[in-house]
Design a protein around this ligand. Structure first.
Ligand code: SME
Length: 164
């Protein structure tokens, strides 16, 4: 693919996310492979929104997440359900927006520059938890409900949305 990833980091979120969704599902047309989906989404979200770390943690055992495709600095390799933001989002199967990671009890620091984050659960077509999408920013309060909504829509690709 010769087309470069668009810079949407200066667009208002309500305009950025619909474009990002369209680019991602367009790029993944004809693909039915979760790892390819995770790798492609990590690259496209990371380079368009330009935060510090963008990637997936996959459920590899009943209560264990292991790092999957991602972009950014070195991620923690494994996170137990219930630990940190990722493990809490996985255990509770819900999106968590953390405006200030220093105020989240048990936050796991992989990169000292991280100041805020959003973690979105990822479900397959049967409703089983595949993992979580984690985005970390070096700015405080970088994420809000528009990010939660936009990212939840993108990861519904794993449940079949946008696959035609
Ligand atoms: N901050 C996360 C850990 C994962 S990384 O930052 C890549 C957490 O507390 O779940």
């Amino acid at each position: 693919m010769t087309e470069s990833i668009p810079d949407l980091s200066r667009e208002p979120k309500h305009r950025a996310y619909p474009q990002l969704f369209a680019y991602i599902v367009g790029t993944l047309t004809g693909i039915d492979d979760d790892i390819t989906g995770m790798a492609t989404m990590s690259a496209m979200i990371h380079h368009s929104l330009r935060h510090l770390w963008t990637g997936f943690y996959r459920v590899v055992a009943p209560d264990l997440l292991r790092v999957g495709p991602y972009q950014g600095s070195l991620g923690c390799l494994e996170i137990a359900f219930g630990r940190g933001v990722c493990g809490t989002a996985a255990a509770e199967r819900r999106t968590i927006v953390v405006p200030d990671v220093s105020r989240f009890p048990g936050h796991i620091t992989c990169d000292a520059r991280a100041k805020s984050e959003v973690v979105v659960p990822v479900f397959d077509r049967a409703g089983a938890l595949l993992g979580v999408l984690d985005i970390d920013s070096d700015r405080r309060a970088a994420f809000d409900q528009l990010d939660a909504d936009g990212l939840e829509r993108i990861v519904r690709w794993f449940a079949g949305e946008g696959r035609g």
